[in-house]
Design a protein around this ligand. Structure first.
Ligand code: UDP
Length: 398
């Protein structure tokens, strides 16, 4: 009988990451009877076409098997509702494993539902171990809680693996596999498409900036949000800034009555293929998104991050990302000056961000489910010394 994996998604960055894992599962386990089947659980934390549906279509993600339909609720209510609804699903039919991704409310809620319903059910966290050190950030709490009850940890960097070990996770449970968001980028690189507004806005390659903003620290105060938008508009010195606006941010701009400078062109949230085309051809991207700082690092596009810290330090140490602070106009102006002076460092790709993370994850998961034990040596050739002195596992496929 096939083993059943529940895979949980709920918000935009989850869809991008899961696309790579599902693609790999379809390749390796194309038909029933091959050993593994999965149920895609969508919490509908993000639910409309622009924040959810478009990604399923563009990235060939199958329709969810189960939709928890939580919709828009306050954070704690949303988490409570997801726990309650997913627990009911689990009680009705127990899977053999649950996979959660990233750091959104759906991640922590379904992790808790899993462990409270069946403490023995293996829980896997993809993109585990990321820490920015700021417990005021809601996503940091989601990361810490999810990791504290997960059984296996797939990480995007050695630093994330180290964070887990420092928190007492057994090294044998941690697997540095690379980055599924980058897998999806490589898979779709040749499919990226010019946005429909390209000509209307008179955009040209390397002739505009892209802006995204949705972190709570940047949008929950009218003063901070207004200052950030004004600073970016001024620092761009007349060059168009295209701003696909997250629904929460749009609501806050409206509630605070902020008048956005005409140099910033606001659009709806964009589909993946058009948005990544827009980033790839931009002079630079200004953002507070974690995922976007990873994609710009691989695309070699300068990234100015409007935050004080990052859980993805490799994007700054190796990649094209620069942290300028949550509300520091002086730094924003300096960053744009550096861009115009042509002094931005284009960097290099972080280790194992090679488009094969999902392959490593699926092989490992299949190994556990088949053998019923976690002995990695039955599944992999383990060469932990290949990239220097590390004490956790790095998975290399033969
Ligand atoms: N993204 C998109 N359209 C947009 C904005 C972002 O397709 O209008 C994609 C982006 O390329 C990346 C992901 O959404 O793959 C990042 O999601 P988000 O910034 O919402 O989440 P974070 O990474 O900050 O958790």
């Amino acid at each position: 009988m096939d083993k059943l994996i529940d895979i949980v998604v709920g918000a935009r960055p989850n869809f991008i990451k899961v696309a790579a894992i599902i693609r790999e599962l379809r390749t390796k386990f194309p038909e029933p009877g091959n050993g593994i089947r999965y149920r895609l659980i969508h919490t509908s934390q993000h639910y409309d076409n622009k924040m959810s549906g478009v990604f399923f279509e563009e990235l060939d993600i199958p329709q969810p098997d189960i939709n928890l339909n939580v919709g828009h609720l306050k954070s704690t209510e949303q988490i409570a509702t997801i726990i309650s609804r997913y627990s009911r699903v689990l009680i009705e039919s127990k899977p053999d494993m649950v996979i959660v991704l990233g750091d959104v409310n759906s991640t922590v809620a379904c992790a808790l539902a899993t462990k409270k319903t069946y403490p023995d059910l293996p829980l896997i966290h993809v993109e585990a171990g990321l820490r920015c050190g700021d417990r005021q950030m809601p996503e940091e709490i989601n990361r810490i809680l999810t990791d504290s009850i997960s059984d296996y940890f797939f990480t995007t960097s050695r630093r994330a693996s180290d964070n887990l070990m420092n928190e007492g996770v057994s090294p044998g449970k941690i697997f540095f596999v690379g980055n599924t968001m980058i897998d999806t980028l490589y898979t779709n690189e040749s499919r990226l498409k010019q946005p429909t507004f390209w000509n209307t806005l008179g955009l040209a390659n390397k002739g505009y900036y892209v802006l995204t903003l949705h972190r709570q620290a940047n949008i929950s105060s009218g003063e901070i949000l207004g200052t950030l938008l004004e600073s970016v508009a001024m620092a761009a010195e007349g060059t168009t800034v295209v701003f696909p606006v997250h629904p929460h941010t749009e609501k806050m701009i409206h509630n605070f009555g902020i008048e956005v400078h005409p140099n910033i062109v606001m659009t709806d949230p964009m589909g993946y293929l058009e948005f990544n085309y827009l980033m790839k051809n931009a002079l630079a991207v200004v953002t507070d998104s974690g995922g976007i700082s990873e994609e710009t690092t691989i695309m070699k596009v300068p990234c100015i991050t409007l935050r004080d810290h990052t859980e993805r330090p490799e994007t700054c140490q190796l990649g094209t990302n620069l942290l300028v602070g949550s509300c520091n106009p002086g730094n924003i102006f300096d960053a744009f000056d550096c861009l115009r002076a042509g002094k931005w460092r284009m960097g290099k790709d972080p280790e194992l961000w090679d488009g094969k993370a999902a392959e490593r994850i699926v092989d490992f998961v299949a190994g556990i489910l088949r053998s019923g034990k976690e002995d990695k040596h039955t599944i992999y050739t383990l060469r932990p010394k290949a990239f220097g002195d590390i004490s956790y596992n790095t998975i290399f496929l033969n």
